[in-house]
Design a protein around this ligand. Structure first.
Ligand code: PGA
Length: 245
C-alpha cells in the first residue's frame, strides 16, 4: 500500500500545500526548513498526525522530515527537446514521487484532455503518486450539471490506479475567499466515493476558519494561499487534527 493510502487507513488526513509560483528559491528553501523543523517537533510531541505534502515552485531534493515534496508540473517524457519543461529525469534526481496533474490554472493555460491523459498514463506507468485536480466552474454549477461535468473530467484517469489521490477544486472557489459549503461538498464526496476508494481531498479558499470543517467530510485538503505562511499552515494542520495550537 502506498504511503498516502496507508495514512488514510490509519485515520490521517492528507494536507497538501500548493505554493504555485510564489516564493523565490531562497524563500522556498527557508520555508521547507522551517516547516520541516516545526512538523518534526510537533510529531515528536504527538500533536501532528497528518500526511503532509508540499508542492513548491522549484524541485528540491525530497529529504525534508515530516513531509513529502511533490512537483506542480512535469512533461510526460524521460528527457528531450521540451523547452521550458521539466521531465522525469529531473523528478528522479530529486527523488520526487508525487505529481500534481490537471490543476485548473494549468487547464486555463491550455492544458487539455489529451495532454492530461498522456501525463496520467506516463506517470502512472512510473508508479508515481498522482494528485489529479478536477472541478467545475460557476457556469457549470449554475446549470445544475455538476456530476455529469465532474464524471467527464474523471474519465481522463484510471480510478483504480492505486497511487491516485483526487483533489476536488471547484474553479470558482480557488483564490476567491469563497469556499464550498458542506452540503455541496458532501454531494461531490458521495458522487466520487461511489466511483472508487481513492482518497479525495478538497481545495479552494481553505483557511483557518474552515479547514477543520471541510477536512471532516473528505480525506484532506489542498491549500494554496493559506499555506504560504508556515505558521498559518501548521495551525491549519493542527486544526484538522482538532488541535488548536
Ligand atoms: P487557494 O488555492 O487555497 O488559494 O484557493 C487552492 C489551489 O489552487 O490549489
Amino acid at each position: 500500500m502506498n504511503k498516502l493510502k496507508q495514512a488514510l487507513v490509519s485515520g490521517k488526513k492528507i494536507i497538501a500545500a500548493n505554493l504555485k509560483s510564489n516564493l523565490t528559491q531562497k524563500e522556498s528553501l527557508s520555508y521547507l526548513h522551517d516547516l520541516s523543523g516545526k512538523l518534526a517537533c510537533k510529531s515528536s510531541c504527538g500533536a501532528h498526525d497528518s500526511s503532509v505534502v508540499v508542492f513548491p515552485s522549484f524541485l528540491f531534493p525530497n529529504e525534508y522530515e515530516g513531509m513529502e515534496l511533490g512537483a506542480q508540473n512535469c512533461y510526460p517524457a524521460l528527457s528531450g527537446a521540451w523547452t521550458g519543461e521539466m521531465t522525469l529525469i529531473h523528478l528522479r534526481e530529486c527523488n520526487i514521487k508525487t505529481i500534481l496533474i490537471g490543476h485548473s490554472e494549468r487547464r486555463a493555460l491550455g492544458e487539455g484532455d489529451k495532454l492530461l491523459r498522456e501525463k496520467f498514463n506516463f506517470f502512472a506507468k512510473e508508479g508515481l503518486n498522482i494528485f489529479y485536480c478536477f472541478g467545475e466552474g460557476m457556469e457549470v454549477r449554475d446549470t445544475g450539471k455538476v456530476s455529469e461535468f465532474l464524471s467527464k473530467q474523471l474519465d481522463i484517469v484510471d480510478l483504480s490506479y492505486p497511487n491516485l489521490t483526487l483533489a476536488y477544486e471547484p474553479v470558482w472557489a480557488i483564490g476567491s475567499n469563497h469556499s464550498i459549503n458542506i452540503t455541496e461538498l458532501n454531494e461531490v464526496v458521495e458522487l466520487i466515493k461511489s466511483k472508487g476508494e481513492m482518497p479525495l481531498i478538497y481545495g479552494g479558499s481553505v483557511g483557518l476558519n474552515n479547514a477543520s470543517m471541510l477536512a471532516n467530510v473528505c480525506d484532506g485538503l489542498l491549500i494554496g494561499s493559506a499555506s504560504l505562511n508556515v505558521d498559518n499552515f501548521i495551525k491549519i494542520i493542527n486544526h484538522t487534527n482538532n488541535k488548536t495550537t
